[in-house]
Design a protein around this ligand. Structure first.
Ligand SMILES: *Cc1c(COP(=O)(O)O)cnc(C)c1O
Length: 399
């Protein structure tokens, strides 16, 4: 346990850390195991947030702890000037479990998306075709760099940073007419999340996804699928696109890939991947021996423990149960697998969350005033789901 109190840490944070997160939830965790997190005062919480859908294996999974400890004792970093064994192994593994031929590793979701956008533009640049525009969706989230913030369909993330990157247009999710109208002779790619995570768990419809695939085929443009949040088992399939039976051209991954160790990836079909030639793109940290060891171990462990199937089954059970038992309070439950959004009829999310956290010791994400983002580690059991719904019902009774 730490020798500092929560108040000491808050004081230090307020004094020294840039105020980008405002008043955070008044919690600071010192240890985690499985779905449990222990805070600095020794109180144990059950984690149904997983660090924004990152800790797919839960906390301190023995296999991941062992793998990264051993790797740290051998080699952390050598740079991409040299070949990296774990990088080659993880790239190969990702091509086996996906529909893609080539992989590039970076460190964050934004960086993978930035790379995907560069790849799409480079593809047409190589061909001497004047296609550069990227269509994305309103309410999307693609990252915080200037280009990915421009891609993000939410003004609050980008307006202060003008001039923004040129060449981005936005349409509403599932609005097929607007999408068709937005496509023109300069369009290079359509970029979406199959389920919008950050803005409230909004899935695209099958028809909308199929329309994107059809437009991309017809126009010869690229379908970029941002699976930074949905990827690696979160939605009950390895990738969200598997739920739709539609294969995009480029996929980006990040959050769950390293189980908490920063790593992101761009996956692409050969035809598009080959648009990058030596010197076009790079990174210092991306795909280093440690982060790629973490990625390999996450994928191995997910296979061994059938976590994708667990995400599908327990996710469906949890969604159905929330729907059935809180129907008087909740207007809609959205999502797939263990990526669940519960929207309350009234703006009560913050107060219910306060009870859930303080009285019952559960952590979830809150979006705006009325939406819960429930994205637990993929290891949760039916019993964990039952206990959570009981706590949620009790918390809602108190208001
Ligand atoms: C979190 C997220 C990002 C940004 O990832 P960072 O690692 O924070 O840069 C991009 N796209 C989606 C869909 C995300 O959920």
């Amino acid at each position: 346990m730490s020798n500092k109190s929560l108040n000491d840490i808050i004081t230090l944070d307020k004094k020294s850390y840039m105020n980008t997160f405002g008043d955070r939830l008044p919690l600071c965790f010192t240890e985690g195991r499985g779905i449990e997190l222990t805070d600095i005062s020794g109180r144990v919480y059950k984690d149904f947030f997983a660090g924004i859908a990152v800790n797919a294996l839960g906390h301190s999974h023995p296999a991941l702890t062992k793998a990264i400890s051993e790797q740290a004792g051998k080699l952390l970093h050598t740079s991409s000037v040299y070949y990296v064994e774990n990088q080659a192994l993880l790239a190969s593994k990702l091509t086996e479990i996906s529909d893609f031929d080539k992989v590039f590793f970076a460190s964050t979701g934004a960086e993978a998306n930035e790379g995907a956008i560069k790849l799409a533009r480079k593809y047409f640049y190589n061909k001497g075709i004047d296609r550069y525009e990227i269509i994305t969706l309103n309410k999307s989230f693609h990252g915080r760099t200037i280009t990915t913030a421009t891609a993000t369909g939410q003004d609050k993330y980008k307006l202060p940073y003008s001039p923004l990157t040129p060449g981005f247009v936005h349409v509403d999710i599932n609005d097929i007419d607007s999408l068709k109208k937005a496509v023109n002779e300069h369009t290079a790619a359509i970029m979406i999340e199959f389920i919008q995570g950050e803005s409230g768990i909004y899935p695209v419809t099958q028809e909308f996804a199929q329309t994107i695939r059809d437009i991309c085929d017809k126009e010869g443009i690229l379908f970029i699928d941002d699976e930074v949040q949905t990827g690696i088992g979160r939605t009950g399939k390895m990738f969200a696109y598997n739920n739709y039976g539609i294969v995009p051209d480029i996929v980006t991954l990040a959050k769950a890939l390293g189980g908490g160790v920063p790593i992101s990836a761009i996956l692409a079909k050969d035809e598009f991947a080959s648009a990058f030639v030596p010197g076009d793109h790079g990174t210092t940290f991306g795909g280093n021996p440690l982060s790629t060891k973490a990625g390999l171990t996450v994928l191995e462990t997910m296979e061994k423990e059938n976590l994708v199937e667990n995400s599908e089954k327990v996710g469906k059970y949890l969604m159905d149960k929330i729907k059935a038992e809180l129907s008087d309070l909740i207007y809609e439950v959205r999502g797939m697998g263990l990526m669940i959004g519960a929207e309350f009829k009234k703006p009560v999310a913050k107060i219910i969350n306060k009870h859930l956290m303080e009285d019952y010791g559960y952590l979830v994400g809150v979006i705006g005033d009325s939406i819960f983002r429930i994205v637990p580690p993929l290891i949760i059991t039916y019993k964990d789901a039952d206990d959570f719904v009981d706590a949620l019902k009790n918390s809602a009774q108190n208001i």
